[in-house]
Design a protein around this ligand. Structure first.
Ligand code: NDP
Length: 485
């Protein structure tokens, strides 16, 4: 772990192991931190807050630019570590580490350049000034699907605003988060500004919820865990940003570029082995183009090369854990049990070369019942249900028929139609003619049960500030305050 700028063991000296999902081999072990360790880290972040929050914005900005250079210089090493513990292909790992650096570059450029204002009261008696203050110590609780880039989405705006952190990585992917934070410390970030405590969410995470030294929780993960985090944060009214699950619809209209859309659907569903919050999880096709679209799409899906992410030829790595694979298997069985048509069979491979890893070949299902789990819940793996619709109204109605509202996409050449659909789809983002790509400058977050607040963009920075209003009455113009009022 990293506490107060130094490598730290758990006070119990207990540890747990991290495995490579492509080979089943042990990668390394990390300390099994507990509440005592988390408390130590919170104390360290509280102490560091005094210095870091008081630094001029330009100094924090320069410190962040040093981080950008260090991370870009360390891409290969960090990417190899990420592929070993998470399973995604090396190319995707490199892109994730670069995205981590991009977050720091974006927010380093944003701070110290805000516009200010002193605004007269509407009554003319004086004026007010609105300023921003950092929130304090932030507990960042991370998932395993994008352990590094999603840490960047929290650290970069949070540090820019002057906050300090205790990071709790997912227990199956702590290694690259630790390596990345160690790199940050090497660039001269003051001790205690970012601490990392490894250990079970139900212990370390719960301490972050209970500890009065933590002012905000920034969480990405499952909606059910998000609900628990809201409950746990309620005791002290902690600030919250929650990035939760999604069941993103992709709508392909009759005038879409079908080749482009088929490529986008492959990328959108099978990148990171289908384990992204904004993966394409439900595909809606206009009736008139369904057959020709599926012909090209199915061919592309069948040509996906599944294997160890370390091999250059691999398009798609393993599923992250056996539990994840079981969940996907059970959702596919539920859909086929309700009469779904198998368009790409996929599933757990029997070939010996896959026997040690947690592999699952891509699955595509047609004529899926709207009552199937895949149609309603988040399917976090490489299986895609396809639905045929008469037109846009039906597609949007079906797309909105879920408790989630994270991402969505529409594929059409008619920009008026695209804009109209984007207004009606209940989701934090609608991509037009694009698979789900997140960018540091674009606000990201969910409607409905997909989350609370926004990460990235200027909105992302706002969530790491308290707004402070200063009201000044002009001396002499002020009212008299005695009774009667
Ligand atoms: P979780 O939501 O359980 O875990 C995310 C993080 O929360 C981990 O760091 C976890 O720690 C921590 N955590 C767990 N319980 C608590 C708690 N009580 N208090 C504080 N922190 C806690 O997701 P999983 O990794 O278990 O994945 C389960 C499912 O979630 C997946 O099948 C997928 O459907 C969905 N998911 C969605 C993501 C998205 O981006 N939309 C991302 C990841 C998962 P620990 O690892 O130690 O348990």
């Amino acid at each position: 772990m990293i506490i107060g700028g130094e490598w730290a063991d758990s006070h119990t000296r207990e540890s747990f192991e991290v495995y490579n999902p492509a080979t089943g081999a042990k990668v390394d072990s990390v300390p099994r931190g507990d509440r005592e360790d988390a408390k130590r880290a919170v104390d360290s972040a509280k102490e560091a807050f005094k210095g870091w929050s008081g630094k001029p914005a330009i100094e924090r900005s320069r410190a962040m630019l040093r981080i950008v250079d260090a991370v870009r210089a360390g891409v290969e090493e960090l990417a190899a570590s990420l592929t070993a513990e998470q399973g995604k292909p090396l190319r995707e790992s490199r892109s994730e580490i670069n995205s981590f650096a991009n977050s720091f570059e974006y927010y380093a450029g944003l701070i110290g350049r805000e516009r200010g204002a002193q605004t007269p009261f509407s009554t003319g008696e004086g004026y007010f000034v609105v300023t921003k203050r950092p929130v304090g110590v932030v507990g960042a609780i991370l998932p395993w699907n994008f352990p590094v880039s999603l840490m960047g989405w929290k650290l970069a705006p949070g540090l820019a605003a002057g906050n300090t952190f205790v990071v709790k990585p997912a227990s199956t992917t702590p290694l690259t988060d630790l390596a990345a934070v160690a790199l940050l410390m090497k660039t001269g970030l003051p001790p205690g500004v970012v601490n990392v405590v490894t250990g079970p969410g139900a212990i370390v995470g719960e301490e972050l919820l209970d500890n009065p030294g933590v002012s905000k929780i920034a969480f990405t993960g499952e909606t059910a865990t998000g609900r628990r985090i809201m409950e746990g944060s309620a005791k002290q009214i902690k600030r919250l940003t929650l990035e939760l699950g999604g069941s993103d619809p992709m709508i392909v209209c009759d005038d879409a570029d079908l080749e482009l859309a088929a490529e986008g659907a492959v990328w959108g569903r099978f990148r990171n082995c289908g384990q992204s919050c904004t993966s394409v999880k439900r595909l809606f096709l206009f009736e008139s183009i369904a057959e020709s679209f599926l012909k090209s799409f199915v061919e592309r899906v069948k040509s996906i090369v599944v294997g160890n992410g370390m091999e250059g030829s691999t398009h798609m790595g393993p599923v992250h854990t056996p539990e994840q694979r079981e969940k996907v298997e059970s959702m596919v069985a539920d859909a086929t049990g309700r009469g779904a048509q198998v368009l790409v069979e996929g599933g757990t491979p029997t070939d010996k070369k896959f026997s040690r890893g947690v592999f699952y070949m891509p699955v595509v299902l047609g004529e899926v019942s709207y009552d199937a789990q895949m149609a309603k819940e988040e399917c976090f793996g490489p299986a895609l249900p396809v639905f045929v619709v008469k037109g846009l109204d039906e597609a949007i109605e079906r797309a909105n028929d879920t408790a989630y509202g994270l991402g969505s996409s529409i594929w059409t050449k008619d920009m008026g139609r695209a804009y109209d659909a984007a207004e009606k789809i209940e989701a934090g983002t609608t991509w037009v003619n694009s698979p789900p790509i997140s960018r540091a400058e674009v606000p990201f977050g969910g409607f409905k049960q997909s989350g609370l607040g926004r990460e990235n963009g200027v909105e992302g920075l706002d969530h790491y500030y308290e707004t402070k209003s200063i009201q000044v009455l002009d001396y002499g113009k002020g009212r008299k305050w005695g009774f009667p009022i």
